[in-house]
Design a binder for this molecule. Structure first.
Ligand SMILES: [Zn+2]
Length: 376
């Protein structure tokens, strides 16, 4: 396992690219941002907004929202800065947290119409269970309707513009083209949803009509209807983790409590607050790839100048991969397995080159931030 020389991005992240000096693509994108002509992009964005207004029959744009920091910024930016009349679309996770529910309510109170989609929990539960057993990634099925929902609604209501937030491929550094444009029509071809299609989930039990909400509308039909989708991150200079958090906190969003941080494997309070299954998922990711959510946070903080690489290592060592027993038990109840069964399945996914078991626990063999020879 090798780490980026500048941040703490490990090369175990699927599809990650490093240059010949050992710098990851996400850090290279941070450099690249300095050469971007942001005034031109802002002008382009205002032209797109004017086009959407001119072509709207009902709403000007759709914004997919969880009520978290990024979607709160997107929705309010679209309304107040771009003067658009957005329709918010929410696709709530099963077992949404109280903070998540409050954040959604906080957002609509700023003056929005919102549609909520809710895929059948019995189907979601089955798929979550299957994704845990097959991929060690229980979150995977819920990402399909989450991403598809804004596109489904834009298609059905003939809304000309979809405003997405972050192009994760750029910020996580998993694509080569730093010059990627702001077009978000291909969102389902990105990393986590690579080739994502509702048919991925069909089996003897699950019929096509069970997974309608998991399916992106036909891209060619969206193009024919002249529906556009953009990443706001591409057009707006101030977009960053730090900025969006400050913005959304000022507008009233809530986060995790300080006391919970060790139990949730992060050291910042405002990411992925609406689902506790994310916490279990990040622990599984940690055991598979040697990094979890605290690493992602640390990488943002290093790139945004909030932490030095050395200080960030401490946070990662301290928090990465942690997951309170209550979240594991809650997840086990949800998919109806015992905690013994949870660990039996999880152990299959643990990367034995990166972790060794002492009496009871799996301990990392590697040191955070230091290249590690996996053949040891
Ligand atoms: Zn990096």
């Amino acid at each position: 396992m090798k780490y980026c020389r500048r941040c703490l991005q490990p090369d175990t992240r699927p599809d990650i690219k490093f240059n010949e000096d050992g710098i990851c693509n996400a850090c290279l994108y941070e450099d690249f941002k300095k050469q971007i002509d942001w005034e031109k992009r802002e002008k382009d964005l205002h032209a797109i907004a004017a086009w959407a207004k001119a072509n709207a029959k009902t709403y000007d744009c759709v914004v997919g929202v969880s009520g978290g920091k990024d979607s709160t910024f997107q929705a309010i930016y679209a309304k107040e800065k771009l003067g658009l009349n957005p329709l918010l679309v929410n696709c709530a996770p099963d077992n949404i947290t109280e903070v998540g529910r409050n954040n959604l309510e906080n957002l609509v109170q700023w003056g929005f119409d919102m549609i909520s989609l809710r895929p059948d929990p019995r189907i979601m539960k089955k798929l979550t269970r299957r994704a845990f057993y097959e991929f060690g990634n229980p979150i995977k099925p819920s990402e399909y309707p989450l991403y598809a929902s804004a596109y489904i609604i834009a298609d059905k209501f003939d809304i000309p513009l979809i405003i997405q937030g972050e192009n994760a491929a750029l910020t996580l550094g998993v694509v080569n083209g730093l010059g990627a444009d702001g077009n978000a029509l291909n969102v389902n071809e990105g990393n986590t949803l690579a080739g994502g299609n509702a048919s991925d989930w069909l089996d003897d039990d699950i019929k096509p009509e069970d997974v309608f909400m998991y399916q992106f509308p036909d891209k060619n039909r969206l193009i024919q209807k002249n529906i556009k989708a953009i990443y706001l991150q591409y057009y707006v200079r101030e977009w960053s983790n730090t900025h969006n958090t400050d913005f959304a906190v000022a507008r009233g969003i809530g986060g995790r409590t300080q006391e919970s941080l060790y139990d949730i494997g992060r050291y910042r309070r405002y990411s992925a607050v609406d689902s506790d299954m994310q916490i279990v998922n990040q622990m599984l990711k940690y055991y598979k790839f040697g990094f979890g959510f605290a690493t992602d946070e640390a990488c943002y903080d290093i790139r945004e100048g909030r932490l030095t690489r050395d200080d960030a290592k401490w946070y990662v060592r301290e928090y990465d991969g942690k997951c309170g027993q209550q979240y594991i038990e809650q997840f086990c109840r949800y998919i109806d397995i015992s905690t013994q069964e949870f660990w039996r399945v999880t152990e299959k996914f643990i990367n034995k080159k990166l972790f060794a078991k002492d009496e009871t626990k799996w301990i990392p063999k590697f040191q955070v931030g230091e290249d590690f020879d996996e053949s040891q």
